[in-house]
Write a new protein. Sequence first.
Length: 140
Amino acid sequence: MVSYFFEDTDFKFKNRRLNNMWLKMVAESEIKKLGALSIIFCSDNYILDINQRYLQHDYFTDIITFDYCEGNTLSGDLFISVDSVRENSIFYNVDFETELNRVIVHGLLHLIGYDDHTEDDIKVMRGKENYYLDIRTKLA
């Protein structure tokens, strides 16, 4: 089950039903089951506080993923800075919704077990993101 929350932002998330269906499909494609997933949309300042308080990192980021997975069931919290997603969409010259969906699936891919610490990891992660973003456009 996917739950949506909003902290320190007036952002409104649309297409929850499509998003839920898509995330379930991503999980099942990776031989996983979608459990309790919380997506928390927030501001840059809110995510910076989370980053400092829980990870001892002193910088802004677009997403922080907390993993509560057990076995093959994916569960966790995805804190997403709407401000950073908006800035990144401009920087990468993509529309906001595409960048937001990339960040959401990026968080889910972390829960699945993919990482992005090495160049090879990043290539695999980007390939998965692009693959699942393409599927999402076909679902819409």
